[in-house]
Design a binder for this molecule. Structure first.
Ligand code: TYD
Length: 430
């Protein structure tokens, strides 16, 4: 195995600190006809590279396999949509309207914003609305990209890499491509990238001299401290600290540097937003970066991954005791939110339709499909009012407040709501 971040490949460079068993891809959703067919499973054992502290899974599955028909639509969560709107407004205000841009572009051809993994266009539409002249997205999942195109957002169906970056920068198609970008956004994509070096080099190629790359990625410290083992699944190849990203940027993929960092504990279980620029650019490194580096150093010294390795089995016990206690008193339990993390937790814990017959989800692409590992049926939220379950287990605990408020409006029979909090299952009356 070769480390995706620093290219270490020694036998003693990796530590397998946690075992989540053998599972299908978390986003495998089966049709009824596929229920009798075998499902491919893969071991799920994350490893820490002890040189650069990148937690990673080997890339057993090709990105084409994962993203050919991807059921994830960013616009499903109002919290996330609002977070993205604010993010876009901040980027416009700080980096697209500022003095630096004006100096660089006096008489120039207009600002260019590129989003990598632009999904259904949930983010780029704000730049178009904000009057940015040239905007385009790069999204490998055609079914998702089609939604963006229908919204009028130019979208290239492809995986980002150094080769693609050169092609787009040099393109003379007279449409939106060509030239380097003033702002590049790469949210929730880095974890999926098998060739991290090519991706980081691609950012360098595509970025204008004083441009800014804005990256959002779940922070390993939040994942570990919050016992969020459900977010470890095959589609997430890497789990980052600022340290491991800076390490990668000093190696083969050098040329960019991190000049600022922000923390969003409520997004995807804890997200860091990094701002990168060229090594020679004028953006000064903020005090926040130095503070963050020192927090990570202190945290790593406390050996948190030793403790984390025990969490999956503790969670399994909590899930079983919760579900059996509800069964004993004859409560009807359903799920809400067929998230990839839900598929991982249910499959690891061995919870099937006998304990949870169905899961409601607002994503039409998931309706009438079945989770690949456990064959639980996914249906529309209308099923809640039709079947009036006693307990609704919210399987996307990262959106718990938003979902609780939706359920309060919909469920006038006041069912109980349960959700995972670390290795515990919490429950309250709605
Ligand atoms: P999410 O936690 O965003 O991601 P992942 O799949 O990476 O773990 O997935 C949330 C799922 O929950 C998604 O299928 C959409 C669904 N959902 C609802 O059904 N209703 C809601 O109100 C929200 C916020 C999400």
């Amino acid at each position: 195995m070769i480390c995706r971040g620093c290219h270490a490949n020694g036998e003693h460079d990796f530590w397998e600190f946690c075992d989540l068993g053998v599972q299908p891809l978390a986003n495998t959703l089966l049709t009824k006809d596929q229920l009798l067919e075998p499902v491919t499973t893969y071991p799920l054992r994350p490893m820490l590279c002890e040189k650069c502290m990148l937690v990673q899974l080997p890339d057993l599955v090709s990105p084409e396999q994962t993203f050919s028909d991807y059921p994830y639509f960013s616009s499903q969560s109002a919290t996330y949509v609002e977070h993205s709107r604010q993010h876009a407004d901040d980027l416009i205000k700080h980096f697209l309207m500022g003095e630096a841009w004006r100096r660089e572009h006096a008489g120039g051809e207009g600002r260019l914003v590129v989003e990598i993994a632009s999904n259904d266009g949930y983010m780029l539409r704000h730049f178009i609305r904000g009057g940015i002249e040239r905007v385009y997205g790069i999204e490998p999942a055609r079914n998702v990209a089609d939604h963006a195109t229908k919204r009028g957002i130019p979208t290239f169906v492809d995986f980002f890499s150094s080769v693609l970056a050169s092609k787009l920068v040099e393109s003379k198609d007279g449409l939106v491509t060509g030239g380097r970008a003033d702002v590049i956004i790469a949210n929730n994509v880095l974890a999926h990238v098998p060739n991290l070096s090519s991706f980081l080099v691609g950012l360098r190629i595509m970025l204008a001299p004083e441009g800014v790359v804005s990256i959002e990625v779940p922070w390993l410290k939040d994942l570990v401290d919050g016992d969020e083992c459900g977010t470890i699944y095959h589609e997430h190849l890497s789990y980052f600290l600022l340290h491991s990203i800076e390490y990668a940027l000093t190696g083969q993929a050098g040329g960019l540097r991190v000049f600022d960092v922000e923390h969003f504990p409520e997004i995807h279980g804890g997200t860091m937003r990094l701002y990168l620029c060229h090594g020679s650019a004028q953006h000064e490194q903020t005090e926040r970066v130095r503070e963050w580096q020192s927090v990570e150093r202190g945290w790593l010294v406390s050996a948190p991954l030793h403790h984390f390795g025990r969490q999956p089995s503790a969670l399994k016990q909590a899930v079983w005791s919760f579900l059996l206690s509800q069964k004993v008193i004859d409560r009807y339990v359903c799920g809400y939110g067929a998230a990839a993390k839900a598929a991982t937790v249910l499959s690891y814990c061995g919870v099937g339709p006998e304990l949870m017959p169905w899961i409601a989800d607002t994503t039409p692409a998931k309706w009438d499909r079945y989770l690949g590992g456990t064959q639980i049926h996914i249906t529309t939220p209308l099923a809640l009012t039709e079947r009036r379950p006693d307990v609704i287990w919210v399987l996307a605990p990262n959106w718990i407040e938003e979902i609780k408020s939706k359920l309060r409006d919909q469920c006038d029979w006041h069912p109980h709501v349960a959700w995972q909090d670390g290795t515990e299952i919490r429950m309250e009356r709605l």
